[in-house]
Write a protein that binds this ligand. Structure first.
Ligand code: HPA
Length: 270
């Protein structure tokens, strides 16, 4: 692994005392899970050596160590987005640090727009596959981890074991969920109605501005990944009016209760 990643991971382990096998990346408006963490220790991203430097206000993130359902976890509360001007290497840098810290299981969450007409704001969707619409790939360039394959396979980007566990736990808890294909695009402008029609033809059920780079890097690093989208709005052309970021956050917060219960149960049996 790259020397910078090793230094970042050593710092995270030292400051958070972390020996977590599971990490969670919290999407916009889904931060409530952080409140349930026991024996919580927080590390602002800006304090971690070699982490991308935050430039955009309102997007400050912290890495949290502690326990959920009795299992040790590392939780990324906030992520780096390509639309903020970070490079793909910066967007995915935390994944390498998590891996080097010993993380094997990754739960990635996000807020997304619904393209599938059966969805509605508040729908929770397990990602069964994705479409990379970023027009680039986070693995372009010098390899960060020499052991990773040069051409990673993407036939099964999500872990069957974690996806089955998520299905089982949703049924036990009575949390309604659906499954679908997530299309990741750069943003930050929302899509046009014509783009959404195209994305539906291409096979997308939901669209968002994150997650895909992280899943690609996570696969390269041989992590087991579960993806969950919270549909916060219907996509352009299917929605009744123009989009507003505040509305996205408000809808995510409404679904947060189910999301938190669900993820905690999954972690308990991971
Ligand atoms: N489009 C893209 N990203 C999003 C959306 C959307 O409609 N909603 C939440 N994130």
């Amino acid at each position: 692994m790259n020397a910078h990643v090793k230094e970042s991971a050593a710092f995270v382990k030292f400051r958070l005392g972390a020996d977590a096998k599971t990490a969670v990346i919290l999407g916009s408006g889904l931060g409530a899970l952080a409140k349930d963490i026991a024996e919580k220790k927080e590390l602002p991203y800006r304090d971690i050596p070699h982490f991308p430097q935050e430039t955009v206000s309102g997007h400050e993130g912290t890495l949290i160590g502690g326990f959920l359902s009795g299992k040790e976890v590392l939780v990324m509360n906030g992520r780096f987005h390509y639309y903020q001007g970070y490079s793909m290497a910066e967007v995915t840098y935390p994944l390498y640090v998590l891996r080097e810290s010993g993380v094997e299981n990754l739960i990635v969450s996000n807020a997304a727009g619904g393209i599938n007409e059966r969805f509605h704001p508040g729908t929770l969707m397990i990602l069964k596959d994705f479409i990379n619409f970023f027009g680039t790939n986070p693995l372009i360039g010098p390899r960060m981890d020499d052991e990773g394959p040069q051409f990673p396979d993407m036939s099964r980007p999500f872990s069957r074991r974690l996806t089955d566990l998520a299905r089982k736990k949703a049924q036990e808890l009575g949390v309604p969920y659906t499954e679908g294909v997530y299309l990741g695009t750069t943003g930050p402008s929302y899509e046009t109605a014509a783009e959404i029609r195209m994305m539906r033809i291409l096979g997308a059920d939901a669209v968002g501005m994150s997650t895909v780079p992280e899943i690609i890097a996570g696969n390269y690093l041989k992590m087991e990944i579960l993806g969950i989208s919270c549909i916060t709005n219907m996509a352009t052309g299917l929605a009744s009016g123009p989009h507003a970021h505040e509305k996205v956050l408000e809808e995510a917060r409404k679904a947060e209760g189910d999301f938190c219960r669900w993820v905690k149960e999954i972690i308990g049996e991971i």
